[in-house]
Every structure is written in C-alpha cells, then in structure tokens.
Design a protein around this ligand. Structure first.
Ligand SMILES: Cc1cc2nc3c(=O)[nH]c(=O)nc-3n(C[C@H](O)[C@H](O)[C@H](O)COP(=O)(O)OP(=O)(O)OC[C@H]3O[C@@H](n4cnc5c(N)ncnc54)[C@H](O)[C@@H]3O)c2cc1C
Length: 379
C-alpha cells in the first residue's frame, strides 16, 4: 500500500493549481456577480492539457486516470468551483462515448473535446424527474434510419454552447422500467432544439445551466451510444466513475475555504489577539482540516479503484456524498470565522458557501448516494 502520489501526479496537481490562481482569481468575483462564462478559458485549459484528461491518447487525450482527473478538479475548485467546472465539464459526458461508443464515434467526437474546440453536455434530468431518472419521458421514436426526439431537459450544464447533448431518451416504452431508455447523441445545431439559460442560481454562477426543449428533432440512428434499452447500466457505469470527479470538486472547494480562513484568522485580531489564538477556534479549524483529509483519502481511493478496473459503487457513493457534506460544513465554519466580512461578496468565502450546496444535489442527491450504499449492503 502506497499513499504517496507519483512525481507526475504532483506535477499535474501543481500545474492545475497555478493555472487556477493565474486565470481564475482575477475574474472569479466578476463571473459570479454577472453569471458570466469567460470566453477563451476552456481553450487556455486545453492548451496545458487540463481538458480530456481521461480520454485515451489515441484520441488526443491525456490517457490518464480518474485519480488524475480528481487531482486536477480539486486544484481548480480550490480557487473557484464555477470556473473549474467551465474547464472540466466541457468533456463531461464524453465518458459515455469513451466507454460505449463505436470506434467511429470515438474518432469523431473525442478529439475536438480535448482541444477545447467542442464541448458536450449530458442531458438526463427533466423538469419532473431528477433523482427518479427512470421516470424521464423524452421520447425517441424510430422513423426509418432516424430517431425523432421530443421532450424537455432541465438543469443541463453547458447547454448554451455544447456542440452535442448526450441525451437520455425512452426508445423502448414497453420494456421493463430500467430497460426503456437509451443514450442518443443530439448535435446542438439540429432543427427543433431550443436552449434557455437558467438565471439566478445560488452558486456556480460562472457555469452555464440550461433547459432544453426537443421538438421532433431528427438524428440518425447511428447517433445511438451503446445499445438500445441499455442506458441504465451504461449510466451507472458512467456515474460510478465520474462521482469521484464531483467529490473532488467538494474537496477542493473545502480546502480553498480553509486556506482563506487560515489567512484571515491569523491576521484579524479580536480582544487584542489573532482570532486563531483562541483554542475554541483551533478546535474548529482542526476539525475542518480533518474532515477534508478524510474526504480526500476516501475519494483518491475510490478513483484509484476505478483506474484499476475494480470500480466500487459503494465507495464512490460514499466519496461523493461525504465530500458534498464536508464542503457544506466546512464553508459554514469558514464563513462564521470571517464574521460580518464573510457575509459580503468582497470576501470569497460567501461564494464558496453558495457554490458548495449543489454538491449535495447534482450528479445524484446525497440521499440517492446513501441509497446506493445501503443497497450494496443488502446484497
Ligand atoms: C447547477 C446544476 C447543474 C446540473 N447539471 C446537470 C447536468 O449537466 N445534466 C443533468 O442531467 N442534470 C443536471 N443537474 C440536475 C441534478 O442532477 C438534479 O437536480 C438532481 O439529480 C436532483 O433531481 P431533482 O432536482 O429533480 O430533485 P428531486 O428528484 O425532485 O428530489 C428533490 C430532493 O428530494 C430528496 N429525495 C429525492 N429522492 C429521495 C429518496 N428516494 N429518499 C430520500 N430523499 C429523496 C433529495 O433531498 C432531493 O434533493 C444539475 C443541477 C444543478 C442544480
């Protein structure tokens, strides 16, 4: 057993952190206030190899594992989770192509993601079905060698600029509940698609979130990813891997909140001494650091298993829900220790606090993660 990261992994970590400090720090407040996704940021990330990390080298990607993806995600989110998401999620969903696509699909869709020339979205959630994803109703009806797709998707990341949506559709309505759906790639320039950006999010405001309407959109049957009626096993495999990335967002964000808190409480004095000098405060920051370290160890282990081809769904669900809860808890303490200054947007902790909450909701609400863990124990 070796808990030490390799020199290459440390270099990846360092590169990602320096990139985030240089590129995110000067614009993070503005992007948050104005709900702005900065032009060119994705391409800058792509230039130094931060995009498409897990895509195999033969398709232009980094050819690295989910542990390396977690390391990069953590360091980007440490500075700003919304801007980190702009860089990391542009290829998010491409794993479906990577794992289940045909050779032709891989050659066509993966390389442009790595260079930042294209972006993808994973369109699963609908206005009336999120956690209960099997209740989604967007339908894809075969007409000759095309699917005709009609339905609505909700909360879709990157929808405004994605070049294609990997969309969960009902193709086999008469099958059993978990055998009705398929994943179909829909290019965003096809006729019948309307995308609306969702404004007024609590956090992650630099990241694009959208609702998408498909009105009799025609795509070739060759756009099916994997097998018909097989979306659920495919998505479970996808989420099992990518949860380690979402957990890393929480770990990075929590670490960033702790970093900022330590700087603040060492400088600001109350009752004639730095806030940090109070033993009660030392107990809090010790607990913040311990929880972050626990979340990190859990997530690195989960990602390591994914990379060994021994994915452990229970461990990944633990990593994701615990990292989300840790981020929310740590940010609450961070804001508290900043006092009134923590409550105004001049200080970054309020942004971290707002960004953190989504980690308990998206990519599976934390309750859904706990159900996965419990289900594995029932076996
Ligand atoms: C910023 C953002 C980005 C997102 N990006 C994407 C994206 O790119 N693609 C995509 O497809 N989706 C995306 N989502 C959607 C996200 O995955 C869903 O919001 C999430 O799965 C929860 O679904 P829901 O909102 O419909 O909540 P619901 O399913 O209505 O659940 C509401 C709440 O009920 C509770 N709950 C639900 N079921 C149970 C249960 N069985 N036991 C106990 N409690 C339960 C949970 O607390 C849950 O939060 C995004 C969401 C946000 C906010």
């Amino acid at each position: 057993m070796d808990f030490e990261l390799s020199e290459e992994q440390k270099l990846i970590q360092d590169t990602a952190y320096k990139f985030a400090v240089k590129e995110f720090e000067p614009i993070a407040k503005e992007c948050d206030r104005e709900e702005k996704r900065p032009e060119g940021l994705l391409q800058k990330g792509a230039e130094i190899g931060l995009v498409g990390i897990t895509i195999p080298e033969e398709y232009g990607g980094g050819g690295l594992g989910f542990l390396e993806l977690a390391l990069v995600t953590e360091q980007l989110s440490r500075v700003d989770m919304g801007l980190g998401s702009v860089v990391i999620t542009s290829a998010f969903g491409s794993e479906n192509i990577q794992f289940f696509g045909t050779e032709e699909q891989k050659k066509k869709y993966l390389p442009p993601l790595v260079t930042g020339k294209a972006a993808t979205s994973g369109a699963y959630t609908e206005p009336n079905a999120g956690t209960d994803v099997a209740a989604t109703r967007t339908k894809a009806v075969k007409d000759g060698d095309e699917y005709v797709i009609t339905g609505n998707k909700m909360f879709i990341t990157n929808g405004s600029f994605a070049d294609w949506f990997i969309t969960l559709c009902v193709t086999n309505p008469d099958n059993k509940r978990f055998q009705r759906h398929s994943l179909i790639l829909i290019e965003s320039d096809r006729k019948g698609i309307t995308v609306n950006k969702i404004h007024g999010k609590m956090g992650m405001r630099a990241s694009d979130t959208t609702e998408i309407a498909f009105e009799e959109v025609r795509v070739p049957c060759a756009n099916l990813i994997g097998k018909e009626g097989n979306a659920f096993p495919q998505l479970m495999h996808f989420f099992d891997a990518t949860r380690t990335m979402v957990a890393a967002q929480g770990i990075g964000l929590a670490q960033g909140a702790l970093d900022k808190t330590l700087t603040y409480i060492k400088e600001r004095e109350v009752f004639g001494k730095p806030i940090f000098a109070n033993q009660g405060v030392q107990f809090i920051v010790a607990e913040m650091a311990t929880r972050i370290e626990l979340a990190r160890t859990l997530d690195y282990r989960a990602a390591w298993y994914v990379d060994q081809g021994k994915t452990n769904p229970s461990l990944n669900a633990m990593a994701k829900y615990f990292a989300g809860e840790t981020a929310v808890w740590v940010c609450d303490k961070a804001l508290q220790l900043h006092g009134g200054y923590g409550y105004i947007d001049e200080y970054d902790v309020q942004r971290y606090y707002r960004d953190a909450k989504v980690l308990e909701i998206y990519e599976g609400a934390k309750e859904a993660e706990k159900l996965t863990i419990a289900r594995m124990m029932m076996k």
